[in-house]
Design a protein around this ligand. Structure first.
Ligand SMILES: C[S@@+](CC[C@H](N)C(=O)[O-])C[C@H]1O[C@@H](n2cnc3c(N)ncnc32)[C@H](O)[C@@H]1O
Length: 222
């Protein structure tokens, strides 16, 4: 099902900046079209780490995915925008909270989304956040990550450069810190009993973005 991109973007009005930002993100980044599919077999409550303005929630609801949702982000202005837009979009059952994940981690059991957030944390903090996220994943839940990967390719360099530029021009309050490698990611998830599948998710963009879906491995879930 195609996402109702204009209707989702319209829920950010009268803020025209957020309207155009969300419309262009929804139109150009394959992440959002992929999300209803990534969660379509999902019943577990979802914790969206670094939720930004809450686009994931709109995409899930538009795709008929009604699982309980909590979104957290360190940027209080984005959380306000997410609350306003979800209410304007007629979503009354979502919860958004300000939370700096490098300082605290919300209590949760179910599924977790971590979309385009890891690169804003130093390498050691990435490991801590991944461990905390993995520990929340229930037997039936999953951890869905979208991240750039450090693999020496031109896409990887382009992704780092764009993340740095995004901070310089003020799109992102937090600055780029580090890109994880697939090996590091897989290892930390495995240590916490999760098996991960990696798929490229860059669409027509020049970025080295990957979708990682991790579930509790059969032996760990038993
Ligand atoms: C590129 S945006 C991604 C937003 C959203 N996940 C999406 O894909 O639409 C990265 C988000 O991570 C948030 N973030 C960065 N560092 C954070 C931290 N320490 N704690 C919580 N959120 C953080 C930023 O405020 C920003 O909203």
């Amino acid at each position: 099902m195609a996402l109702p991109k204009r209707a989702i973007a319209a829920s950010f009005l009268p803020d025209r900046y957020r309207y155009w930002y969300s419309l262009s993100k929804l139109a150009m980044d394959p992440l959002y079209e992929a999300m209803p599919g990534a969660f379509d077999d999902e019943r577990e409550p979802l914790l969206d780490l670094g939720c930004g303005i809450g686009l994931l929630l709109h995409c899930l609801r538009a795709g008929g995915c009604n699982l309980p949702y909590v979104g957290v982000d360190t940027d209080a202005m984005k959380i306000d925008a997410a609350r306003d837009a979800s209410a304007r979009g007629g979503i009354t059952d979502a919860n958004f909270q300000v939370c700096d994940l490098s300082v605290q981690f919300p209590k949760h059991h179910g599924s977790v989304a971590l979309l385009d957030v890891l690169q804003y944390l130093p390498q050691q903090a990435q490991g801590t956040l991944l461990a905390q996220a993995a520990q929340c994943v229930s037997k039936q839940g999953k951890l869905v990550i979208r991240t750039g990967l450090a693999d020496g390719t031109w896409r990887s360099a382009m992704t780092r450069a764009t993340d740095r530029f995004g901070h310089l021009v003020g799109w992102m309050k937090t600055s780029f810190k580090a890109q994880p490698s697939a090996q590091e990611l897989r290892a930390v998830l495995q240590r916490h009993g999760l098996q991960a599948e990696f798929k490229p998710l860059w669409g027509r963009t020049p970025f080295n973005n990957w979708l990682v879906i991790a579930r509790r491995s059969a032996s760990a879930a038993a």
